[in-house]
Design a protein around this ligand. Structure first.
Ligand code: PXG
Length: 289
């Protein structure tokens, strides 16, 4: 396997970062998780825009242009003969001295990994997933805006540990006010009385690329949608519930905190969105040149 490191491809065995890299020492860096479908990178420009916004928010100057990074992403996929899979794009603050100061970090480190993707088993899409709310709260945006896709994932990892400890794959995280924020690696959507509702970014949600695509599909299908504060009660009494994410795509939820959602089966609205989403991934995207 070949990995893109800074300005060139290297063998995976040679793809190493320094122990003084602030990405490792402090989680000081940003990343994107991107999908490659049938030789096309899905929503590459949107991912690179979000990466630039994350960089700006943490005051990291990316020394590569958007075009250069896009070309490097395609080159990495091609070099690995990948047709469909997962692309992990990471930019760390780079090598510095011990201490939090970013002043001694002179060059960010770019890493691009393109590999096969571990998907949820198909049965979860057919039967739906059961999730729970966990005690760990989504970090307050005054402490670290959840809109920044940073290398600091401990908040989400703690929630994931709690979920897995109880035998679940995903968990709902509430914000410090008790409203639903998102899941550990997915955004959440409620279908209620024909309307699609999802938490705002200010409630602690990442501005997911899949979330945006779903809102676009809602416009296309004429399904009314809005962003709103959601409580656990709103989730429990929803007719349908689904999660969205680059890895999960659109996954139906049939039980939350032991409450059955709707009739306990993946809903019709969810199925319509998943169908539309899968059509989009097969016809949209940046072709590997
Ligand atoms: N919330 C959080 C906290 C996430 O990490 C999403 C929502 C969904 O966003 P997108 O843009 O993917 O629709 C994410 C996405 C990984 C991995 O390898 C994580 C994500 C995406 C892809 C891979 O852990 N998180």
């Amino acid at each position: 396997m070949k990995i893109y490191m800074n300005d060139k491809l290297v063998e995976a065995t040679e793809a190493k970062v320094s122990v003084f890299d602030h990405g490792l020492l402090y989680g000081d860096g940003i990343f994107e998780g991107i999908r490659l479908y049938d030789g096309c990178v899905f929503k590459l420009d949107e991912h690179l825009e979000r990466l630039e916004y994350s960089a700006k928010a943490i005051m990291l100057d990316i020394p590569w242009s958007r075009e250069e990074i896009a070309a490097a992403v395609c080159e990495t996929c091609r070099a690995n003969g990948l047709v469909s899979g997962y692309i992990r794009l990471v930019i760390t603050r780079g090598v510095g001295s011990l201490g939090l100061s970013i002043k001694n970090c002179d060059k960010p480190q770019l890493i691009i990994i393109a590999d096969k993707i571990q998907l949820y088993p198909e049965e979860y899409y057919e039967k739906g997933l059961e999730i729970i709310t966990v005690p760990t709260r989504r970090i307050n945006s005054a402490a670290l805006p959840p809109t920044i896709k940073s290398l600091n994932y401990l908040n989400n990892i703690l929630a994931k540990i709690e979920a897995q400890h109880l035998g679940y794959h995903e968990a709902i995280m509430l914000n410090d006010q008790g409203y639903v924020a998102e899941c550990t690696g997915d955004n959440i959507f409620v279908v209620h009385k024909g309307e699609l509702i999802t938490p705002t970014a200010s409630a602690g949600a990442l501005k997911g690329i899949t979330r945006d695509t779903v809102l676009d599909i809602a416009e296309q299908l004429g399904v009314p949608w809005r962003e709103a504060n959601l409580t656990r009660y709103d989730v429990w009494v929803a007719e349908e519930l689904f999660l969205t994410g680059t890895a999960a795509e659109i996954i139906p939820i049939v039980k939350v905190d032991a409450r059955t959602i709707g009739n306990g089966l993946p809903g019709k609205v969810t199925a319509r969105f998943l169908e539309q989403f899968r059509q989009r991934v097969s016809r949209e995207g940046t072709m590997l040149s």
